[in-house]
Write a protein that binds this ligand. Structure first.
Ligand code: PMV
Length: 336
């Protein structure tokens, strides 16, 4: 029995921007991601009610515990609760016998907008479950979160969970893990959300079909995406943001060829480009969701304000360098 009655754990994990390489990363190419200061948090408190009681805003769901085990997810397996239940379900053999849990979810991340909300909730949930029952271990949290994310979209590259767990700007390769990219110069991105929700798994399937129907074309695009990622890493390290902007726009052209853009995304890209952005692209799965625009440090205020007037649902992205954060008992959030 591994329970800790009377205490609580709160884990929070950041959303992310995919700067380069989405979709291609599913097939082993590298990607560059940046965590941002919009978080999802999961608070756990053991109870003795033989129920896992999950609350998110005004929504509430009770999952029975029978003989110390959580019962397989029912009808809401496709809802926002899926990551939380998946994590708990996957981890329960390690957790031992349960007698009940109160779970509170709080989110600052718009869902289905390409900002990695599913991954952030998987990471926050895995972090909270691990820390309540075991010691904190980022690698284990990442692995549990990535496994839970695969129950939502089975071809997940794991990149989003990586960014959300470790924070900062990361060069991620599915086979060899991540390398942190240190930047010396301030970098400014504006995020413009379309409000058109996407389902990542549908777009990943669309790309899979394109790859199967046109393997030679896909190979050529993936090769180009690979090179863009290497050039982008150098441009970030050396602070060459003019070059970085050009690479963002080139990466977007590749995504258009994968048929994952959307007229609204194209409209936003034109607006941001005309307002003076150095480069723009869709971020995440596409088909709606969001774009990112790289803003030059010089004249940034005017450019950001011009974009804001034309696209009210735009915001400045603040980078996050902490990744998952955990608080226990009555302590304030602390890093580990
Ligand atoms: O739209 P999001 O935040 O779910 O990002 C999806 C990124 C993909 O590369 C399309 C999928 C993946 O697993 O990396």
């Amino acid at each position: 029995m591994n329970e800790n009655h009377g205490m609580y754990v709160r884990a929070s994990a950041p959303a992310k921007l995919t700067l380069f390489g989405e979709h291609f990363v599913v097939y082993g190419s590298p990607a560059i991601l940046a965590s941002i200061n919009k978080r999802i948090s999961v608070t756990l408190k053991p109870n003795r009610m033989n129920t896992v009681s999950i609350k998110y805003g005004r929504m509430r769901m009770d999952v029975p515990i029978i003989n110390g085990r959580v019962h397989k997810m029912g009808t809401s397996s496709r809802s926002f609760l899926h990551p939380i239940l998946s994590c708990l379900f996957d981890m329960q053999s390690e957790l031992g016998s349960l007698s009940g849990l109160d779970v509170l979810i709080e989110s600052q991340v718009p869902h289905g907008e390409g900002l990695g909300s599913s991954a952030a909730s998987c990471v926050a949930a895995a972090g909270a479950f691990y820390s309540l029952f075991f010691k904190k271990d980022r690698k284990k949290i990442f692995e549990a979160a990535a496994q839970a994310e695969r129950t939502i979209h089975k071809h997940s590259s794991g990149a989003d969970c990586y960014a959300s767990t470790f924070g900062g700007i990361l060069h991620y390769k599915p086979t060899s893990g991540h390398r942190r990219i240190s930047i010396k110069k301030k970098i400014l991105f504006v995020i413009c959300t379309t409000g058109i929700k996407h389902r990542t798994q549908n777009l990943v399937l669309r790309v899979k079909r394109m790859k199967e129907n046109n393997p030679t074309e896909f190979r050529g695009l993936a090769k180009r995406a690979n090179n863009i990622c290497s050039d982008a890493r150098r441009a970030l390290v050396f602070g060459n943001y003019e070059a970085l902007g050009t690479l963002l726009t080139e990466n977007h052209e590749l995504l258009k060829k994968l048929n994952v853009s959307h007229p609204k995304l194209e409209e936003f890209i034109d607006i941001c480009t005309n307002s003076g952005a150095l480069g723009c692209k869709l971020t995440g799965a596409g088909g709606g969701g969001s774009i990112i625009a790289l803003i030059p440090n010089r004249d940034s205020r005017n450019i950001i304000s011009d974009i804001g007037k034309k696209i009210p649902q735009s915001m400045l992205a603040e980078l996050d360098f902490d990744g998952i954060q955990i608080a226990q008992g009555l302590n304030s959030i602390k890093k580990f």
